[in-house]
Write a protein that binds this ligand. Structure first.
Ligand SMILES: *Cc1c(COP(=O)(O)O)cnc(C)c1O
Length: 375
């Protein structure tokens, strides 16, 4: 692990744990059942599964979803026994004893995964908990209609398995008018009737905003916890969580007609002052922001010029007074008023990818108990 403190790091990433908890409380208050999990896969969307889950546990969250078995093992070890960690990809063949030994609840996605879990239950003479996922139309994970039929005709299919929840995932929840939402809902309800009686979980962040029909017994938001807008194009009710600031390393004057950065993709139209800033695509500051992104000093927007390099970007600071920008100063790249969604849009992607791309070289600060983002 490299050593990154506030002096040695090129850029700072501040993560507001209070805002994540406030977002979780807001989502929980919107969910009809009042039960709200937290999806903390991919290291809590790049923000740090351990500190995020610990903070959410303190806020009252008891259900945590990860994607991989390995993520589950890492998360489970630090959480109190009354927290439940669900592994959405289920169990790789042969790893069932490991899943059990670590006290994880698998999401079983196929007849094969169900059979392997059932066999372990029989071998142990124990009842083992599981979630069963059905494919209600996304065609990614979960039991197909044919598998559901097959299972519903086999009285011993779930012997030794206590199904805590039946689960599915929505493909188009971010578009409230998409007809797939209703059709997935209908298929989900039909599938439940073919499975052991259990609680149900369907809604991701956007699904919560489709209304109470989609809430069932447990909601599973991820992105909205981290400040991403759950309904694109609508005012974002979530609190901003992330602030990314990068250090100015050097400033220079570039004369009209001179090129800046790789391939000279930007040629100074007039004499310009350029600041070189210590963040690049190796830090998840996406290369597609070349010539399109912005940095900010307070409210002053400063356009990125030229290519995003591996470790640096170049910013036109001509709009500021000559000595306003000095080496060591921090410029904002993502901030509460310059949101992750807006930056993602400039990069031609979504907030989810922007967050999960955020790199490991940052000086990371976790704010809690009323701390505010540094100014
Ligand atoms: C990632 C994921 C979620 C969370 O989705 P968000 O859109 O981030 O709220 C919920 N359920 C499943 C199955 C997922 O893969």
């Amino acid at each position: 692990m490299m050593s990154v403190n506030s002096h040695s790091a090129g850029a700072w990433l501040s993560i507001d744990l209070d805002a994540i908890c406030d977002n979780w409380r807001l989502l929980k208050s919107l969910v009809a059942s009042g039960n709200c999990a937290a999806v903390v896969k991919a290291d809590a969307y790049g923000l740090g599964a351990r500190p995020v889950a610990d903070a959410l546990y303190r806020a009252g969250c008891r259900h945590f979803f990860v994607a991989h078995l390995g993520e589950g093992i890492a998360l489970r070890s630090g959480l109190a026994p009354d927290a439940v960690v669900y592994v959405m990809h289920g169990i790789p063949p042969g790893a069932e004893p490991e899943c059990l030994a670590h006290g994880l609840v698998p999401v079983l996605n196929s007849c094969q995964q169900i059979a392997a879990w059932r066999e372990l239950a029989c071998d142990r003479g124990e009842i083992l908990a599981a979630v069963v996922q059905v494919d209600s139309g996304m065609a990614r994970l979960g039991l197909s209609d044919a598998e559901l039929q097959q299972l519903s005709q086999d009285a011993s299919a779930f012997q030794g398995i206590k199904v805590s929840h039946v689960m599915s995932h929505l493909a188009c929840a971010d578009d409230p008018w998409h007809p797939a939402n209703r059709s997935q809902l209908a298929r989900f309800e039909a599938a439940r009737r073919l499975l052991p009686t259990a609680a149900a979980t369907l809604a991701n962040s956007s699904g919560i905003f489709l209304g109470a029909d989609y809430h069932f017994d447990l909601a599973r938001p991820g992105a909205a916890l981290y400040g991403v807008a759950p309904v694109p194009g609508q005012p974002n009710p979530m609190k901003a969580v992330v602030r990314l600031q990068a250090k100015v390393i050097q400033t220079r004057t570039v004369l009209a007609g001179e090129g800046v950065g790789y391939s000279f993709s930007w040629i100074a139209p007039t004499d310009s002052r350029i600041a070189t800033v210590s963040v690049g695509y190796a830090d998840g500051y996406l290369r597609s922001l070349s010539g399109r992104g912005s940095a900010w000093l307070g409210d002053q927007e400063l356009p990125l010029v030229g290519r995003v390099s591996m470790d640096t970007i170049t910013v036109d600071v001509s709009a500021l007074l000559e000595h306003a920008v000095q080496p060591g100063m921090l410029l904002d790249l993502i901030a509460p008023q310059h949101t992750v969604d807006a930056v993602a849009q400039q990069a031609g992607t979504i907030g989810y990818e922007m967050l999960t791309a955020l790199g490991k070289r940052y000086h990371r600060r976790y704010l809690q108990a009323g701390e505010t983002h540094p100014v």
